[in-house]
Design a protein around this ligand. Structure first.
Ligand SMILES: *Cc1c(COP(=O)(O)O)cnc(C)c1O
Length: 401
């Protein structure tokens, strides 16, 4: 039977302490124990259902984690203060000094910077590869490799990882396949395709209102227990803990994620088809022209579409900047980084979210300076949006009228 992530979220019910339809928010950093022995057991990790201290876990954070684990189909999950606060502890938990990571080269700028510049300080080395070439990925694996890292849909080039194929490779070489699924919540369920760990920046589509940062790690009970271990758990010791108030508000936003993803995808598909037929170089996984269109299709939970992210190439950075400024003036969206908002957001990745990647490497991976990344909003009237965008492009000679 097909995996139904939104049903799994909807079927989880939590009630507040006075019968409220939303769970009560846990507003405490610390918890009392009736017996001293139970406190000791909790420290040892042997007292299920007891809370110790909110950096370790809290009821509100557990509710949100449980809902996200249900969405991804993993045993459990733990929420974190940001997406980077999820990614970095996972890598440090799974790798020690001398270990090696094979990572997609087109990943979030912060993740790239961490693997390239920070992890080597811990003697964790990374080889960056074209994740769409399975033989290249396999050739990069060494006897020290512990982790295979990728994004389902990569930032900002929208390359699509073949998670089934990567999971087989991970199995063959006994690696942990870690997938950042931030760009494709509900649309793709990496754990169902064999990924061991699924990460999200909750900052983006899942929260969807651009009012907080947050992250989640979905995986086995064993991994999550390890991450929270008071003696050597990276989440517990590095301290990127989400606040309970935020966990409660993100859980409420998660309730509408399925509707939002459908609208993001519908609007993005509409614009991508229009831009492409206007002769603009358009990258969107839903287009048949996308090199990994069939790979995405083979993984998709169909009703959620191909997501809200698309890129166009308008030829030069000057033109990209002029177009973005004009679109903002016409109230089509905001010139801002990030994604998953009700309003369309656009930025030029080469000079913003991927500026951590050296110019030479940007060129090599096909990140051109005229590239604009769009996170398409929830516009009620996408035809009107398109016709105003088209006027902007004509005014700037991006389209031959
Ligand atoms: C934004 C983002 C991150 C980092 O998340 P934060 O919440 O900003 O720390 C990681 N991966 C991807 C794909 C992202 O878009």
């Amino acid at each position: 039977m097909a995996f139904k992530p939104a049903n799994n979220i909807q079927d989880l019910q939590y009630f507040g302490e006075f019968g409220g339809v939303n769970p009560s928010i846990s507003d405490s950093s610390t918890y009392t124990f009736l017996s001293a022995k139970t406190m000791f057991d909790t420290f040892e990790g042997n007292a299920d259902g007891c809370y110790l201290y909110s950096r370790h876990s809290s009821p509100s954070n557990l509710y949100l984690g449980e809902a996200l684990a249900a969405m991804e189909g993993t045993e459990t999950a733990t929420v974190t203060a940001s997406g980077m606060g999820a990614i970095t502890p996972v890598i440090m938990q799974l790798c020690g000094a001398g270990d090696h990571v094979v990572s997609s080269r087109t990943i979030y700028g912060g993740t790239y910077a961490f693997l390239k510049n920070f992890a080597p300080k811990l003697n964790i080395q990374t080889t960056f590869v074209d994740i769409t070439k399975i033989e290249v990925v396999e050739a990069a694996i060494t006897k020290n490799t512990k982790v295979l890292y990728c994004e389902t849909v990569s930032n900002p080039l929208l390359e699509v990882a073949d998670i089934k194929a990567l999971a087989e490779l991970a199995k063959k070489h006994q690696l942990q396949l870690v997938v950042d699924n931030t760009f494709s919540p509900l649309s793709v369920s990496p754990a169902k395709l064999g990924a061991h760990v699924v990460i999200h920046s909750l900052t983006k589509f899942i929260n969807g209102s651009s009012d907080t940062v947050g992250g989640v790690i979905c995986g086995t009970q064993e991994l999550i227990d390890n991450l929270r271990n008071v003696n050597d758990g990276a989440c517990m010791l590095l301290g990127s803990t989400m606040d309970s108030l935020r966990a409660a508000s993100i859980l409420k936003n998660l309730r509408t994620l399925h509707i939002r993803m459908q609208q993001h995808s519908k609007n993005a598909m509409f614009l991508a088809e229009k831009f492409e037929s206007d002769g603009i170089k358009t990258v969107y996984p839903g287009l048949a022209s996308h090199p990994s269109h069939n790979t995405f299709k083979s993984m998709i939970n169909e009703q959620y579409g191909f997501g809200g992210m698309l890129t166009i190439d308008v030829g030069s950075l000057d033109k990209a900047n002029a177009l973005m400024e004009m679109m903002q003036e016409k109230n089509l969206g905001y010139l801002a980084v990030s994604l998953g908002f009700y309003k369309t957001l656009f930025s030029a990745p080469g000079t913003s979210t991927s500026s951590e990647i050296p110019e030479e490497e940007q060129k090599e991976m096909g990140l051109s300076s005229g590239l604009i990344r769009f996170s398409i909003g929830l516009d009620a009237d996408i035809e009107r949006t398109y016709s105003i965008m088209r006027q902007c492009m004509e005014a700037l000679n991006i389209l031959s009228a």
